[in-house]
Every structure is written in structure tokens, then in C-alpha cells.
Design a protein around this ligand. Structure first.
Ligand SMILES: *[C@@H]1O[C@H](CO)[C@@H](O)[C@H](O)[C@H]1NC(C)=O
Ligand SMILES: *[C@@H]1O[C@H](CO)[C@@H](O)[C@H](O)[C@H]1NC(C)=O
Ligand SMILES: *[C@@H]1O[C@H](CO)[C@@H](O)[C@H](O)[C@H]1NC(C)=O
Length: 403
């Protein structure tokens, strides 16, 4: 948009009052509403300087207008005009053209004067030039000394940038979370948490409470014991994709928490809510579902952990999937399903009528299987799994699949 790249039309501003100048900048898209607060201090300086420079520069206006198309078209690197090299970050830079910022400002200066960068209401375009300068100056990632002074500039970095950082200070994390609130930078927040926790950092309750106000894209970056301290309200905000990268130990904690969080809903709503967390359900948790009128679909079944499914009997799996049982047939390429199949009696599998093969042949280990059938009817104590011979069969199958 022309307005966003055009230089300010100084002459037409007259001598605006502070408030109306801010309003004007907001209207023109020169200042983000989010920056207005930080801009406030800068504007006091700026409005006086506008009044000053508008008088000084008003005769230059035609020249500025002519320069603009050339600056936008030209990709050639221009040298900084004499006397324009930036020695400090101040409000004068606001009136530099983009090519001048490119040519006259360097990353080292920006890094040392980050406070000023945040104070002056630079435009998106100007800030992006600054970011490029900083990225060129720190190709390996920003140093901690800069990260801790980053403040609002954090809103302009990408998750990829953040993944290069070392973040060891909880205070830094907290201050960056504060500037991020309500700004839709959940992916950046998740990356920040990943770096901090990945570097061994501990989050305290205050940090976790602040985190609870963001979309929980960070969940899979928290250690299981940290997940245990997450507020239950977070579970209500969690979407399936927030859980994509979680490991089984993380899912086990999250399932448990989700189960607690969703206590005030029941029936199909409870099941809809808990479904994304099923990957953390234990065999016992799954058995609870078999006694309820719910049906896990094949996609959700695939997300269950091998450990949880292996001890389920054919009858239990049948109840768990209900009408979705036919979907199992399509999943027989799945290693964990083959593993489960290899532990069932072929006779039981045949009863499903799905044509599942690979179970324990009929007549083989009869005693062992009878023992299981007896126990599956009474109170469940199936944590021990099948007998040793069956385990060997499964491992052999595993070996043959892997080799
Ligand atoms: C992060 O720390 C590692 C190990 O100390 C170091 O090699 C690397 O340069 C650091 N990166 C940054 C961006 O400071
Ligand atoms: C259950 O609690 C959550 C969070 O406390 C709330 O958002 C939800 O509306 C409640 N649902 C019902 C049915 O009470
Ligand atoms: C179980 O669910 C089915 C369909 O979802 C319904 O027709 C049936 O009445 C339910 N049975 C019980 C006992 O809730």
C-alpha cells in the first residue's frame, strides 16, 4: 500500500496535538495499536521534532515524492549518504527512507539500543528492516544479553529465530510472556518455552499461570512434572494439534489432567473432550470406556499406546470400537496392531469376522488362553499381560518385522 511506504507528508501535519498525532499515525497504519503504549513516550519527543522538522523540511517535499518510486524499484544497494550514518537510535530514524535505513543503520547499534527501538513508533516496514539488520549481525541467533532487553521487539521474531536462542533466565521468559499476551504469537511463545525448558529451565507457578493465557502450543515442550502443575483450564483450550508432538509420558500426565478437568461434563461430551488425550490412557482407563456406551474410531485407536492396548482382550477391543471395529481391518499394517493380534487367539479373532490373521493358532497354549478368558470375565487384573511364551512370539514377530 502506498500509504505505508510513503514518507510522512510533513507539511500537511501542521502542529498537531500529541493525541491527534497518535490518532493520525494509527489511522495511517504507521503505528500498531499494540505499540501505541510504547509509542506514547516516543511521541512526546516525536511531536516536537515533527513540528521542528516539518518547518525545516517542507521545501524538500517534491524531491521526496520523486525519490520514492526509485527507492522502491531499485534493489541495488546504495551507500549511506554522507552525514546520515546513524550513531544513535532516535526519532530522526523514523524519517529515514527504507533504503537509507538499510544503508545507514547497523545491527550492532540496534542491539545496544533496543530500548530506543521499542520506544519510537517505527513502522512495520522499518522494524522489519531493523530485524533483518539484527539477523545479519547475529546469524547464529541473538545472544542472551539482547534477548533479555528485547521487549516488544519479540513480537517481530519468528519461531525459527527463537529456536536458535539460548534462554536460561526465568525473568527473561516472564518479561517476554508479558509483552506477548493477547498478541497472537502463540508459536513464538511455544518456541521460547521449548528453548528455556530444553536448556534445563524450571517454570514457577507465576510463569505457568501466565502461560495459561496462551493457546497451549507449548504443552509438548513441558516436562511431565511441569505438565502436572498446569492449570486445568488449559486442558479446555487444548486442540488435538497442540498434542501432536507429545511423548507417551507427557500424554499420560495430560490424560490424567484432562480427566480431572472434564469432570463437570459427562456422556458423549466428556468423550469428545477426552478423545484427543486418549494417547495417554492406560489399559485400566480404556477398560472403563468398554463398560460405557462409547465407540473409539480407528484413528483414535491408532493413537493409543501399545502398552495400553496389548493387554486388552479381543472382546474388550470389540466393545471399545463398537461399530467402528471394521476400521481395524484397514490398520493391520500398523505394527502395534499386529503386535496385539499376535497375542490373541486366532479363534477369538475369527469371531470378529474381520479376517484378521496372525493370532495364536487354535490349540496352541490352550491352558494359558483359558486362564485369560477366565480372568477377563471377572474383576480385571490384566496388567501382567499374557504368558511368557506369547511374549516371545510377539518379540519374534517384532524382530522379523524390523529385520
Ligand atoms: C548457545 O549455547 C551453545 C552452547 O553453549 C553455544 O555453542 C551457542 O553458540 C549458543 N548460541 C547462542 C545464539 O548464543
Ligand atoms: C465445565 O467447566 C469448564 C471450565 O471450568 C467450563 O468452561 C464449562 O463451561 C463447564 N461446563 C459445564 C457443562 O458446566
Ligand atoms: C448407546 O448408543 C446408541 C447410539 O449411540 C443408542 O442408540 C443406545 O440407546 C445407547 N444405549 C445406552 C444404554 O445408552
Amino acid at each position: 500500500m502506498a500509504l505505508q511506504t510513503a514518507p510522512p507528508r510533513l507539511g500537511s501535519w501542521g502542529t498537531p496535538a500529541h493525541g491527534s498525532l497518535l490518532l493520525l499515525l494509527l489511522c495511517l497504519g504507521w503505528v500498531l495499536p499494540s505499540r501505541a503504549q510504547a509509542a506514547d513516550v516516543g511521541l512526546a519527543l516525536l511531536s516536537s521534532s515533527v513540528q521542528r522538522t516539518s518547518r525545516d523540511l517542507s521545501w524538500q517535499q517534491p524531491e521526496l515524492t520523486v525519490l520514492l518510486p526509485r527507492a522502491r524499484r531499485g534493489t541495488e544497494k546504495k551507500a549511506c549518504p554522507p552525514g546520515r550514518e546513524a550513531q544513535v537510535v532516535d526519532e530522526n530514524l523514523f524519517f529515514y527512507e527504507e533504503w537509507e535505513l538499510e544503508a545507514c543503520v547497523d545491527g550492532a547499534l540496534l542491539a545496544t539500543q533496543m530500548r530506543q527501538v521499542n520506544l519510537i513508533p517505527f513502522t512495520y516496514q522499518q522494524l522489519h528492516i531493523f530485524k533483518r539488520k539484527l539477523d545479519e549481525f547475529y546469524p547464529q541467533g541473538y545472544p542472551q544479553s539482547l534477548i533479555e532487553r528485547l521487549s516488544y521487539f519479540f513480537l517481530y521474531v519468528t519461531p525459527e529465530d527463537i529456536h536458535k536462542w539460548n534462554v536460561t533466565s526465568l525473568d527473561t521468559v516472564k518479561s517476554l510472556l508479558k509483552v506477548s499476551q493477547g498478541r497472537g504469537v502463540d508459536a513464538q511463545v511455544a518456541a521460547l518455552i521449548a528453548r528455556y525448558v530444553g536448556g534445563g529451565g524450571q517454570l514457577d507457578k507465576a510463569a505457568l499461570d501466565t502461560l495459561a493465557t496462551f493457546r497451549p502450543a507449548y504443552l509438548c515442550f513441558l516436562r511431565p512434572e511441569q505438565l502436572d502443575s498446569v492449570q486445568l483450564s488449559v486442558l479446555w483450550m487444548t486442540t488435538p494439534q497442540d498434542l501432536d508432538a507429545c511423548s507417551p509420558p507427557q500424554m499420560a500426565v495430560l490424560y490424567h489432567k484432562a480427566h480431572m478437568a472434564f469432570q463437570n461434563v459427562s456422556g458423549s461430551e466428556y468423550f469428545t473432550r477426552i478423545k484427543p488425550f486418549l494417547g495417554g490412557a492406560s489399559t485400566e482407563d480404556l477398560r472403563v470406556f468398554t463398560s460405557q456406551n462409547i465407540s473409539i474410531d480407528a484413528a483414535a485407536f491408532k493413537k493409543l499406546t501399545t502398552e495400553a492396548v496389548l493387554s486388552l482382550t479381543v472382546a474388550e477391543v470389540q466393545k471399545l470400537l463398537g461399530p467402528n471395529l471394521v476400521g481395524l481391518k484397514a490398520e493391520t499394517g500398523n505394527m502395534f496392531l499386529r503386535d496385539w493380534i499376535s497375542r490373541q487367539s486366532q479363534e477369538d479373532l475369527d469371531r470378529l469376522g474381520l479376517g484378521l490373521v496372525g493370532g495364536v493358532p487354535n490349540g496352541y497354549l490352550v491352558l494359558d488362553l483359558r486362564g485369560r478368558e477366565a480372568s477377563s470375565g471377572g474383576p480385571h487384573r490384566l496388567g501382567q499381560g499374557p504368558g511368557p511364551v506369547l511374549t516371545v512370539t510377539a518379540s519374534l514377530l517384532l524382530v522379523s518385522v524390523l529385520s
